[in-house]
Design a protein around this ligand. Sequence first.
Ligand SMILES: Nc1ncnc2c1ncn2[C@@H]1O[C@H](COP(=O)(O)OP(=O)(O)OP(=O)(O)O)[C@@H](O)[C@H]1O
Ligand SMILES: [Mg+2]
Length: 261
Amino acid sequence: MLKIEGISKRFGGLVAVNQVSLAVKEGEIFGLIGPNGAGKTTFFNMLTGIYKPNEGTIVFEQQQVQGVKPFRIAKLGISRTFQNIRLLKDESVLENVMVGMFGKTHTGLWSAILGLGSAKKEEELVKEESRKILELVGLAGLEDELAGSLSYGNQRRVEIARALVSKPKLLLLDEPTAGMNADETNEIGELIRKIRKNGTTVILIEHNVGWVMGLCDRIAVFDHGEKIADDEPEKIIANPAVIEAYIGKEDTEEVNKFAAN
Ligand SMILES: Nc1ncnc2c1ncn2[C@@H]1O[C@H](COP(=O)(O)OP(=O)(O)OP(=O)(O)O)[C@@H](O)[C@H]1O
Ligand SMILES: [Mg+2]
């Protein structure tokens, strides 16, 4: 579904992502791990058109998308959440989710402004779809609350709902469980499995190694902008280069903890 070959992103003299190649199959839950500053978010930013790679190609369903504008990539069916929650905190939960359909609706701006029938009807459809997605992510009943009044964990769910409402083929989650407790984290795992079952392929960035091992079909490890491993979870956990990069070879207690995961 997604085939990336040799993409790099440089910021001045800093090489944030260095010639990374990677392939994701339809229906996979694919994990991306690595230390802080390894280039994971930058990689997502290239996949979603926020950054144009300095070199390399990104092919999504037979189409080259490197350097393509974000809204066009969204239209092709790639959707994402952000590492830092980006909600309209003073708007309702429902409105925050409806925003995710912007760009996908067909009615023109003028009919929306003039309140013509087709725009009204379309808004109703978007509302209905947004409610369904809110139910899927476990937020039924909270539609009319202000997004900013929800718990941190639930705000992350709103972000996921907003990314899902356009029915993406590929969903990119940047640290979906950051700041969550163990129970909330496990619930997000269940939600991601449900999303995959509904036909969406998932790539997720995560720091919680134990959790990601149990969830993903395949995991790539980034370190200093390079992909140092790409394998099934059991093989990743046994890879010395990964342990060294991710934990630091000197701290044996940490290495043991990592291996125990
Ligand atoms: N717009 C930018 N301008 C300059 N440098 C940047 C920019 N975006 C990212 N970087 C740098 O690129 C490197 C990779 O950053 P990135 O955010 O991709 O890492 P990450 O793996 O997502 O880290 P974390 O786990 O902390 O989120 C870092 O050194 C970062 O400071
Ligand atoms: Mg990041």
